[in-house]
Design a protein around this ligand. Sequence first.
Ligand SMILES: [Zn+2]
Length: 395
Amino acid sequence: MENDQEILETEESEEYEESTDNSEFRRKRVKRIKGILIFLLIFFLIVPNIVCGFLLFKLYKMNQNIETLREEIKLSKLEIEMRTKQAASAQPAANSDSSNDDEKYGTDSLVELHLTDEEKYPGKQLVYLTFDDGPSDYTDEILDILSAHDVKATFFVLGKDGYDDQYRRIANEGHTLAMHSYSHQYKEIYASADAFREDLYKISNFLEERTGIKPKFYRFPGGSSNTLTPIPIQEFIHVLSDEGIVYQDWNVSSEDASYQMKETGVIAKNVINGVGDNRISIVLMHDSVAKRTTVEALPIIIETLQQKGNVVFLPITEGTKQVYQIGAGATDDKKEDAEVKEPGKETETNDASETVSEAEENVTEESISDEEKTSGDDSSSTEENNAGEENESED
Ligand SMILES: [Zn+2]
């Protein structure tokens, strides 16, 4: 019995132990599962955040890189632009070492480079005083008058010995030194394209030797509308364009070219009326020992026009609109220029009745006499002018 009891007790205690073992095991399992769940929860909550944070950081870095790249692209674009502009400005600067162009192309004028005079002076009347046939014994006086009035002009000069100082003064004082042929002898220079080119090189080299400036502008003796050339004037225009030289005629004439010296007042009136309300006036005058009254009229012309308040006197440069008198072979551009010429033509008719075409006829009649090919001798020039009568009247 006692044994039985013992056995029972041990069985009970074994059962009890067994049941406590079971619940212990279950608790552990639950605990383990809980752990796993918490781990998974933490894992799925935190890891994506970390990944997100990492990705955001990456994105931020990439954005930074893109910004830097953008800046670099911008900079290189600017650099390319600058280089292109420099190259563009270097070319005309190389062609031209004229002192006023140096001023023009100088330091801060990359933008100005492409502007025309009309764009530079909106609403202003642009007046270009031009003096043909110089230098002469009046050149210094003309330069003094221009300087006193702070006016820059253009001198279409010939090749003459004994005037080196005058050539240099023209260039150094900011005027445009331009070509009007070396000899002014129609028969010679208009004989053929080659003869024309030869004369052109001669005057160009002559001026460059004396002033260091390679001239870029030309005025045909007689103007581009003269009918005296044995071959079409276009042949000579081609020569000029081959050489990169721009020719300019005029649309206002002082009418100072006729052999009889015009009165000072008449010359002044011709120019002032000729300028009228023109937007652009290229004024034909002469720098010749036979043209005393032109010198006298000059201060009157300048002062009267300056009093108008909206007149700007300019030298001829690349920014100057080309005024021309030729009808043949005009491009669209030139047709526009022809319009520029219209007002001047009217004024040419209204006074001294020496229109350009008449002048041409005059020259024809004179059969291109040697006129004022002065070759440095002004007394001979006077005689020639007197003898040559109106042969000079077209320019
Ligand atoms: Zn001339």
